[in-house]
Write a protein that binds this ligand. Sequence first.
Ligand SMILES: *[C@@H]1O[C@H](CO)[C@@H](O)[C@H](O)[C@H]1NC(C)=O
Ligand SMILES: *[C@@H]1O[C@H](CO)[C@@H](O)[C@H](O)[C@H]1NC(C)=O
Ligand SMILES: *[C@@H]1O[C@H](CO)[C@@H](O)[C@H](O)[C@H]1NC(C)=O
Ligand SMILES: *[C@@H]1O[C@H](CO)[C@@H](O)[C@H](O)[C@H]1NC(C)=O
Ligand SMILES: *[C@@H]1O[C@H](CO)[C@@H](O)[C@H](O)[C@H]1NC(C)=O
Length: 413
Amino acid sequence: MVKFYAVFLLLFFLCFTSSSPPAEAFPPPANAFVAAIYRDPATSLYTIPAAAGNRSLLLDLAGPLLWSPCPGRHPTIPCNSSTCAEARASPPHHCYNRPSPRPPCACTATVGNPVTGACAAGELTLTDVILSTTDGHHPTAVFDVNGIISSCAPTSLLSGLPAGAAGVAGLARSSVSLPSQLAGKFYFKSKQFALCLPSGNSRDPGVAFFGDGPFYLLPPPGIDVTALLTYTPLVKDPKSPAYYIHVNGFAVNQKAVQIPPGKLAGGVKFSTTVAYTTLRSDVFKPLLDAFDGATSGIPRMPAAAPFELCLNSSALGSTRVGYGVAPIDVMVGGGKNWTIFGANSLVDVDGSRACFAFVNGGAKAEPAVVIGSFQMENNLMLFDAGRSRVGFTSTLFGIMTTCSNFNFTMGIM
Ligand SMILES: *[C@@H]1O[C@H](CO)[C@@H](O)[C@H](O)[C@H]1NC(C)=O
Ligand SMILES: *[C@@H]1O[C@H](CO)[C@@H](O)[C@H](O)[C@H]1NC(C)=O
Ligand SMILES: *[C@@H]1O[C@H](CO)[C@@H](O)[C@H](O)[C@H]1NC(C)=O
Ligand SMILES: *[C@@H]1O[C@H](CO)[C@@H](O)[C@H](O)[C@H]1NC(C)=O
Ligand SMILES: *[C@@H]1O[C@H](CO)[C@@H](O)[C@H](O)[C@H]1NC(C)=O
């Protein structure tokens, strides 16, 4: 099946870009690719410089497909191909595909802007994605991956994205997402990718890995951070291609938060386009109350929207894992805990206030919990569609490293 898919892609490649020979080397050039992750301070969104001309693509964990405005002349893909069917199989939330005309015709797919929610249809095409191969320690060579299936989109669909973003890299659990295409094209053993998001106050980028580990972060000789991962299964058959896991409950200072049973049914979603973990009010209130109670000795400050609880940051002690406050355990499916320490539970909004970095999503929020990017910063997160699981570490501060500690100096170990 994998081979068939590769041959299929190669055929398309030969048909539509006959002027330049295929650059893919067989056997594959590496077991993994690496890219720097930049955080845009204006939008709190994350990009990788993987588009031609050192332009960036927004990371979208829930996006099923890569999209970007196309030049006037671009390759197209037949509307009756299986590639077209796959690209149209999971349009983003609120978007839908218009029926295709009768073949012969060029495939069109509807894509969405994850920030504004806008949808637009564009022709399916093949594009280049520029990544570096890696041995897990360093980038080893810049590699132009040709023939990545993507959708064209009107330039207006870029609104709301970081300045300079050329499009969106969909990372979701679909057969045409960027990680699925890389895994298929280069025969990676693991259909997985890892995101290590940098924090807002880091001057250096974080790191994304696509493919097989190990993945090392400094200090030398390097720590294989994949060895620190704890895993929880992905929810089977969610209604969207986004990554969902089961959460059985929360604990603050190891005391269970009282959330009525069933409130978390349906799973909890990960998002790189939501800045702070957002909870439906009936889940948010008990969690806030528990954290409020567990930190009652710390002087309060006026709240700063969208946050509901702010503490006097000068009165907080600091530890290796951030402000010294009650840890929050997210009790995930499979009986494991994802522990959130001060570095990921409190955000400095100004020089005097550190606020509980969770947001009340209102009574109708769906799903009940969306895990936002602030909670993932400086944690290694591994999304493994192949083995249907998500791996996580707690804050890497605990082992004296950060997501900004990949050695981006080109080299070999
Ligand atoms: C690519 O963009 C990044 C981020 O804007 C910048 O740091 C880097 O120097 C650029 N690289 C090249 C080769 O222009
Ligand atoms: C797609 O349609 C064209 C033109 O109608 C036809 O020649 C071709 O065999 C079709 N391909 C598939 C895979 O159905
Ligand atoms: C998970 O956290 C809860 C609450 O703090 C605790 O009771 C439980 O023992 C923890 N489980 C594991 C496997 O650490
Ligand atoms: C915040 O805490 C510091 C240190 O405990 C204290 O000096 C300061 O007055 C507090 N600020 C406010 C506004 O309460
Ligand atoms: C990063 O890698 C380069 C190339 O191998 C090496 O010379 C350098 O010492 C490394 N940096 C650190 C901080 O280890």
